[in-house]
Write a protein that binds this ligand. Sequence first.
Ligand code: NAD
Ligand code: TYD
Length: 354
Amino acid sequence: MQEKKILVTGGAGFIGSHLVRHFVHKYPDYTIVNLDKLTYAGNLGNLTDIENMPNYRFEKGDIADKECIERLFGTYRFDAVIHLAAESHVDRSITGPDTFIMTNVVGTANLLNACRKAWKGQEGRFYHVSTDEVYGSLGMEGLFTERTPYDPRSPYSASKASSDHLVRAWGHTYGIDIVISNCSNNYGPNQFPEKLLPLAINNIKQNKPVPVYGKGENVRDWLFVEDHVAAIDLIYHRGKSGETYNVGGKNEWRNIDLIKLLCRIMDDRLERRPGESAGLISFVTDRAGHDLRYAIDTSKIESVLGWEPSVTFEKGLEMTVDWYLANEGWLASVLSGEYENYYREQYEQRDDKR
Ligand code: NAD
Ligand code: TYD
């Protein structure tokens, strides 16, 4: 196996920590350098089991800080970048879009410029981990393919679409070897409880109302985080330069149906009477500009790279619930600090529509 130095950005976040752990264990000949600003979403507690591995390094820093990036490239002479660092939550992008522009757009441009200088047209791969939200919103029919025109509609998705465009432009203009993947909603252990599933798990556990936006009719496609990591591994190693790969779970759920399923699992795990958790469901003011439906055509990655999701939703959801129930310390540590303020600001203004 070839020795390689890979910069993973955002490796202390949800998907990044699963990816870093996977690479550190599976590829002992790679050195994995995890660059993370440790925002509210970054948590070194996600990585304690690998922090002393000989092929792992952590660097605290901001991708929007050019000097920090240049210094790191000078120190390590990276062979590749797998870029996940981002502001990732749509609701936060609605109340405060500026950090999304700084991190997702300016930060990505800084990384691309550093690669351009460091690699000068030679070997070096830049992999951008992106979202299906760049394609906009579907009606009740149809799927996003790699040829679907971009139509981002939230500050978050617009910032990710911008960064996708920058990555392609740097590939086309400067000859950098780039790949992009656009993935649907991930779920699993270590996800910050601002996103729907961990927020609902936590609220149900604490007997607090479970906020469902609008009528709960919006549809998302859900993929277990380890399946996404397996796709990233394959695309990083075997994806064709300049190409995009859509990644999804072929697992569409209306939010309300998903929350009802989750409530049944929680009733079982918490030994509550059937229907008790569902009594917490509270329909609240909808998200501004709420995209109706995301769904992915995964035929390209299936036929070209042989990837498909391996974890059934039932199993993945149960594993996720069990992880949150077993890791109360993790949950308590991320719920302290700014979370209470965030929750109050986001949810106090949403009326209960029951
Ligand atoms: P996350 O919010 O859990 O983690 C983001 C990480 O990036 C955190 O560790 C944070 O500290 C770090 N970070 C933020 N700003 C930074 C900066 N300026 N410099 C350095 N580090 C910074 O996000 P996630 O859910 O793990 O998503 C990771 C990537 O995957 C993102 O690019 C996101 O757009 C993409 N994605 C996420 C999903 C999903 O469902 N979560 C789906 C498709 C694509
Ligand atoms: P989220 O986890 O924020 O992911 P995304 O907006 O990137 O798809 O939300 C998933 C779906 O759940 C989305 O349709 C919005 C909805 N939602 C709620 O109904 N209530 C909530 O409290 C949250 C956070 C999301």
